[in-house]
Design a protein around this ligand. Structure first.
Ligand code: NVA
Length: 308
């Protein structure tokens, strides 16, 4: 069966652990495993801006012995010049896997249905599961075990990162608190799914509106831009509503003294996170950015059943 990674709960909790274990091994010896030797080609398409995702997939695919093929989303005109289904059929004949950053989750699912090869979500409006693998790897490096830790996500809980934190955090057995203003919370279905996963892993998910309540005693504090890609025309309104959720030294002081701070980047200092926090001693954001490569190598190897 062809497996894709379209949302965080496409991996069972046991599979998530296996992928994270592999990522840690690959990080220790990045050039030993060549499951994409040939080289096998992995197609990468970006319909939204990118730095970390393109760079980490390209470097990671090369380290696995494969060839990263950048397909220009605007030239391809996916869904405009050619249907998603036809693009999937064509790329699936050229590449061993397809990595796609786009807007609609439905289109990603359509791609996976018709490609005949694994498809990896490199960010949609709804989920950013590769980022969560990197986040969990980073937390493991700092804290050891994930199970039982509390993670607070403050800011735009309705964005891809809020949803992914709920599903991936609960899968890892973590207690996930989303602290976001009214109107910017994740959907009830996401919280329900996270709590359902939590019944088997010991994890849980709650929504709060008070950022201090979200952060209180947390082991991990996470934030993200208030203005996700595609929301630029809402910038002024969002900046006003989210400003009490800024991750300042004062807000962070309510978390555990050794809390780890994460941000998927790009970061806007003085907006969702203070410079003293992102550039301070509790920040793990540069390890987090590096870990994208190790985590994505692991998920590709897992999906291609090419585990070393
Ligand atoms: N929520 C952000 C994540 C950026 C990596 C966005 O979608 O723009």
């Amino acid at each position: 069966m062809i497996r894709s990674f379209l949302r965080d709960d496409d991996l069972t909790p046991a599979e998530q652990t296996r992928v994270l274990d592999l990522a840690a091994t690959l990080k220790t010896s990045p050039y030993d495993a060549k499951p994409l030797a040939g080289p096998k080609t992995v197609a990468m398409i970006f319909d939204k801006q990118t730095l970390r995702t393109q760079a980490s997939f390209a470097a990671g695919i090369a380290e696995l012995g494969g060839h990263p093929m950048l397909v220009d989303g605007s030239l391809a005109g996916i869904g405009v010049r050619e249907s998603v289904e036809d693009v999937a059929r064509v790329l699936g004949r050229q590449a061993s896997a397809i990595v796609w950053r786009t807007y609609a989750q439905d289109n990603l699912e359509l791609m996976a249905t018709h490609a005949g090869v694994p498809v990896v979500n490199a960010l949609t409006d709804d989920f950013h599961p590769c980022q969560l693998l990197a986040d969990l790897l980073t937390i493991r490096e700092r804290k050891g075990e994930l199970g039982g830790l509390t993670a607070a996500f403050v800011g735009d809980g309705a964005c891809n990162m809020g949803n992914s934190w709920l599903l991936a955090g609960a899968s890892a057995g973590m207690h996930v608190r989303i602290g976001s203003p009214d109107g910017y919370a994740p959907g009830d279905d996401m919280v329900a799914t996270a709590n359902e996963i939590g019944r088997t892993t010991g994890g849980s998910a709650v929504l709060v509106t008070d950022p201090h309540a979200a952060v209180a005693g947390a082991d991990v504090v996470v934030t993200d831009t208030w203005i996700s890609m595609g929301k630029e025309d809402e910038a002024a309104a969002r900046t006003a509503v989210f400003s009490p959720y800024s991750l300042t030294p004062e807000l962070l002081a309510g978390a555990a003294a050794d809390a780890t701070v994460l941000h998927c980047l790009p970061a806007y200092r003085g907006k969702e996170i203070a410079a003293e926090v992102i550039d301070g001693p509790q920040s793990a954001v540069w390890d987090e950015a590096e870990n994208r490569r190790h985590a994505q190598k692991a998920i590709l190897a897992f999906l291609l059943e090419a585990l070393p």
